[in-house]
Design a protein around this ligand. Structure first.
Ligand SMILES: NC(=O)c1ccc[n+]([C@@H]2O[C@H](COP(=O)([O-])OP(=O)(O)OC[C@H]3O[C@@H](n4cnc5c(N)ncnc54)[C@H](O)[C@@H]3O)[C@@H](O)[C@H]2O)c1
Length: 354
């Protein structure tokens, strides 16, 4: 820490690395002090663009730099574990991009290392930071919808052929860990679980690549059985042209709340225990917000990343957990892996809970 600012180091100077660099600038107590990429010309050019000439080719060296307090892991999903574990062993706090990792045993190992090192580690699920989603989550957790009965996520994105060709790891099992669900859809799956606070008991799913020439799925439907008895649906794609604004539809025996992007499109409740039809009663202070794009991976709002960076800094100062801890972040990945297993086996699959 220097001049009251926490030093951030970024591993992976690609698309999301750029969003991290811009968000760091927007956070008062943050400063970009190191950048790392295996592609040296790319990493050095990235550093110059963002005003940081302290470049590393090897992340094992960067995490030991005394100027680095917080390591942003912005590498392809299937190697997040390398950066997280190295940073934990070096005693650094960590902000890891979604998905936290793509395999359950690797995630368990990462959590063990973070806990053993007693470092703060947060995962980027920026949808959790938006005012309207926080409002919906708080309302549902307060019991406003009564007993939850049905919870759906419709996550219909578009990704072009050029997107999948833009980096060798995209659309591969080894490094992307899956397709439209593990990469793009993981945000929406996390949001479904977080808004409802429910856990999925079992899942039956179909997942195909119908449009793009990739080994992983670009189109997926899953039927969910939650542990409280509720049912749900996840529809995830990157094959809709163009995509449709993402929707979450949440129903209890006492009401309905729906979100489209960051906007609340329906909020209706009935008196608890009554037989009345629920009436629209959206809170008056609800704001309309323009969302990001679900057609272009380069259109990323900075607000969510800045929120999570600032939160991690406050977590370090107050010695508390950050906003999205690894044990929470793994839930969406654990569910998606069960969805893939159901597609492979043709069977209903129990979702493990850690
Ligand atoms: N939160 C979000 O909304 C969001 C948006 C986009 C991407 N992401 C996530 O961010 C991660 C990266 O995605 P991207 O689109 O920026 O990918 P990208 O391919 O644009 O960038 C990845 C960078 O990592 C570098 N790299 C690879 N291996 C490395 C290593 N061992 N050490 C150092 N650098 C290494 C590559 O050279 C590349 O520059 C993925 O996990 C993705 O899911 C999150």
């Amino acid at each position: 820490m220097k001049n009251g600012k926490f030093g951030f180091g970024i591993i992976g100077c690609g698309v999301i690395g750029g969003a991290h660099a811009k968000a760091i600038k927007a956070v008062e107590e943050a400063e970009l002090v190191a950048v790392c990429d295996i592609d040296e010309p790319k990493g050095r050019a990235f550093g110059e663009t963002h005003g940081c000439t302290n470049f590393y080719k090897n992340y094992l060296e960067m995490v030991k730099d005394p100027a680095v307090d917080i390591v942003c892991v912005c590498t392809p999903s299937g190697i997040h574990g390398d950066g997280v574990i190295a940073a934990a062993r070096a005693g650094r706090a960590i902000l890891c991009e979604k998905p936290f990792e793509i395999k359950r045993d690797r995630i368990s190992q990462m959590i063990d290392e973070v806990e053993k090192a007693k470092v703060k580690c947060a995962c980027v699920f920026q949808l959790r930071t938006y005012p309207n989603t926080i409002k919906v989550r708080n309302a549902i957790q307060s019991g406003i919808l009564g007993r939850l009965t049905l919870a759906d996520a419709y996550l219909k994105d578009y990704r072009s052929r050029a997107y999948y060709k833009s980096a060798g790891w995209r659309g591969t099992w080894e490094l992307d860990g899956g397709g439209c669900l593990m990469n793009q859809g993981v945000h929406g799956v996390d949001q479904l679980l977080w808004l409802t606070g429910l856990e999925v008991d079992s899942v039956f799913a179909r997942a195909k690549h119908l449009v793009r020439d990739i080994e992983v799925e670009d189109t997926c439907v899953a039927s969910l059985q939650f542990t409280n008895g509720a049912l749900g649906t996840i529809v995830g794609t990157t094959s809709c042209n163009p995509g449709v604004i993402r929707r979450w539809e949440l129903h209890g025996d006492n009401g309905t709340i729906c979100l489209a992007g960051q906007n609340i499109t329906q909020w209706a409740t009935a008196p608890i225990g009554s037989d009345e039809m629920a009436k629209e009663c959206k809170p008056e202070d609800t704001e309309e917000t323009a969302g990001g794009s679900n057609n272009d991976n380069k259109v990323i709002g900075l607000q969510g990343h800045a929120f999570l960076m600032n939160d991690l800094i406050q977590a370090l100062k107050d010695d508390r957990d950050p906003y999205v801890v690894p044990r929470e972040a793994r839930k969406a990945v654990d569910l998606i892996l069960s969805i893939y297993e159901s597609e492979r086996t043709g069977k209903d699959v129990k979702v493990p809970h850690y």
